[in-house]
Design a protein around this ligand. Structure first.
Ligand SMILES: [Fe+2]
Length: 177
């Protein structure tokens, strides 16, 4: 008899799968952020992205701690959605818009990532709480707060970035000012 491997039989399995997806998401973001930082020209944007890169390293470690807390080995489950969001960011970079417009586009792309992460963490928190993993829920909550504040920093950076983007739209294609 063919044996299927039903990985999700319990709510605990589902939570574990969520953590495997989150582990993958944080890993993909760690790879994607340096490319975005390299392309950012606005200092506030660069700072926001760089700060979040450092945070993401710690967030990934927190996921490892959670695996440990629930007695599971750290494992990734490939998340198609984060790869899509990263591909969207790469697409706009590849179109080589003027740097002021690229900054605005990078903010949009980064905010999509932040909100995606927030949605993942919010679901994980509610499942961790339901399963009685109070310690894990607390760690997840810490990361959720960081994602929220990363998003806010992008909103702040957008104030000047959008102003500069507005000025750029009317400009000609020449390199001179
Ligand atoms: Fe994150």
């Amino acid at each position: 008899m063919a044996i299927l491997k039903p990985k999700i039989q319990t709510f605990e399995d589902l939570f574990l799968m969520k953590m495997q997806v989150i582990y993958d998401v944080e890993s993909e973001i760690l790879k994607a952020l340096p490319k975005m930082i390299k392309k950012a020209t606005d200092p506030d944007l660069e700072k926001a992205l760089s700060g979040h890169l450092a945070e993401t390293e710690i967030q990934k470690e927190r996921v490892e701690q959670i695996f440990d807390m629930v007695g599971a080995k750290p494992k990734k489950m490939a998340c198609a959605a984060i790869r899509g969001l990263v591909a969207d960011a790469e697409d706009v970079i590849a179109m080589k818009p003027p740097s002021e417009l690229l900054d605005a586009a990078l903010i949009g792309a980064a905010r999509s990532v932040e909100h995606f992460e927030m949605s993942k963490y919010m679901a994980a928190i509610s499942w961790a709480e339901a399963l009685g993993h109070a310690d894990a829920a607390k760690l997840l909550e810490t990361t959720l707060e960081e994602e929220r504040s990363a998003d806010l920093k992008l909103v702040e950076a957008a104030e000047t970035v959008n102003e500069r983007a507005l000025e750029t739209v009317i400009g000609d294609e020449d390199e001179d000012e």
